[in-house]
Design a protein around this ligand. Structure first.
Ligand code: NAP
Length: 386
């Protein structure tokens, strides 16, 4: 029996993780759950899974939850930053699934690592902002960072402990998002258009990041840290069908790929069950019905966020944290219709020009960079608003 804590249990990844856990109750027990505002769904999850503790984002959500808990429920309720940390460090948890979006995931992930918990990592922004700190701390505490992102799960499965010297590089696949086809004027894109992803149903932030291709940029930096690869070893290819989840190139010219239907339950289940595999998580693709699998180069001019991420990754220090923070602000402003879709790049590139990158030696360095980038983005936004 493995005890699991899920941070972001009411979100896209969190709900699918609970489906996996519910289908395998003989293997997994939920000990802690953290959500944001959706206390009603969290309440349903408490009734089903009876965790020892839960957390919500605000005191008000905690009050609502407390008033509506069925009599006799023993679950403790926390809220705010303290709540996230309580879920991450719950003494009984063996593995913590981090599935909140953005920099919010960083402190709980580090806290869980410090308590020796394995991490099933969906929150890619954690490695983007603080890859070196997180990986060093994980090595020191001998905890596993188990990728949940489908691309990194694919690479992990293909690498399967093969000697590093045999690996020439990796190829991350990207669906290309809803605006892949030239002809769509990116200056006229609305939040509704950006939120309709062709293959995946995900949270809003990651869906907009997929539409700008910044999600792939975040994944490039995530892969750099997870697999210890140089940036020139990490390629991106557009594969609109999302059947090949990523590939590894070996020095002899051979390439291994991991395939499956676009279903996040597969990488979630693999992270939770590794090195075992759970039966019946998702049907395998029917190749006779699939038709063709196609590939093309990303359009780096239409989607400049991809190269901005490469630049930040290569620059190192606090540069990826700065870019991540600027993008979080940009996406929020785009979703609330205060800036246009193409302005997300303008905002991010200006923040990168104006806020210098610094070396990183502690979590405080990262959090300061995050704060400075948000402040600069806030200042710049008035010159961008139409
Ligand atoms: N979805 C995917 O297919 C996918 C694939 C690969 C990687 N990822 C990564 O996984 C992470 C989560 O993505 P998602 O799509 O699952 O996001 P999502 O659907 O937006 O869910 C976000 C979760 O975080 C919770 N949350 C938000 N703010 C919070 C706060 N202040 N305190 C506590 N909890 C808070 C939300 O709670 P409420 O809803 O209750 O407010 C929800 O449970 C992201 O880093 C994303 O890049 C996602």
């Amino acid at each position: 029996m493995k005890n699991v804590s899920i941070i972001g249990s009411t979100g896209s990844i969190g709900r699918q993780a609970l489906e996996v856990v519910t289908a395998h109750r003989d293997r997994y027990r939920v000990v802690a759950l953290a959500a944001g505002q959706n206390w009603r769904l969290l309440l349903e999850q408490i009734v089903v899974h009876r965790p020892q503790l839960v957390a919500v984002a605000t005191a008000e959500a905690a009050r609502q939850l407390d008033e509506n808990l069925p009599p006799g429920t023993k679950t403790e309720i926390y809220w705010g930053e303290e709540g996230l940390l309580a879920c991450a460090t719950c003494p009984e948890a063996q593995v913590v699934l981090t599935a909140v979006p953005g920099i919010l995931g960083l402190s709980p992930t580090l806290a869980a690592i410090n308590r020796g918990k394995d991490i099933a990592l969906a929150n890619k922004e954690t490695l983007v902002a603080a890859g070196q700190l997180v990986m060093e701390q994980a090595r020191r505490r001998q905890v596993a960072i188990l990728p949940v992102d489908s691309e990194h799960s694919a690479i992990w499965q293909c690498l399967d402990q093969k000697p590093a010297a045999t690996v020439a590089g990796i190829i991350l696949t990207a669906s290309g998002g809803p605006f892949r086809q030239a002809g769509i004027d990116l200056h006229r894109v609305t939040p509704e258009m950006a939120l309709s992803h062709p293959n995946w149903r995900m949270g809003k932030k990651v869906t907009v990041d997929s539409a700008t291709l910044f999600n792939k940029g975040l994944e490039v930096i995530e892969a750099h840290w997870l697999f210890g690869l140089d940036y020139q070893q990490i390629e991106v290819v557009i594969h609109p069908q999302s059947i090949i989840h990523s590939l590894v190139r070996f020095v002899d010219g051979s390439v291994l790929a991991q395939l499956g239907l676009p279903d996040m339950k597969v990488p979630i289940a693999y992270a939770l069950s590794y090195p075992d595999r759970l039966p019946g998580v998702s049907p395998a693709p029917d190749f006779c019905r699939l038709g063709s699998l196609t590939f093309e180069a990303p359009d780096r001019e239409r989607f400049p966020m991809l190269d901005l991420a490469y630049q930040a990754g290569r620059c190192g220090g606090t540069a990826p944290a700065l870019l991540n923070a600027a993008n979080e602000i940009g996406v929020e402003y785009f979703l609330t219709r205060r800036i246009g879709f193409a302005d997300i790049f303008r905002l991010c590139s200006q923040v990168m020009e104006l806020v210098p990158s610094r070396p990183v030696s502690s979590l405080e360095d990262i959090m300061l960079a995050d704060k400075m980038a948000r402040a600069k983005a806030g200042e710049l936004i008035s010159s961008i608003i139409h």
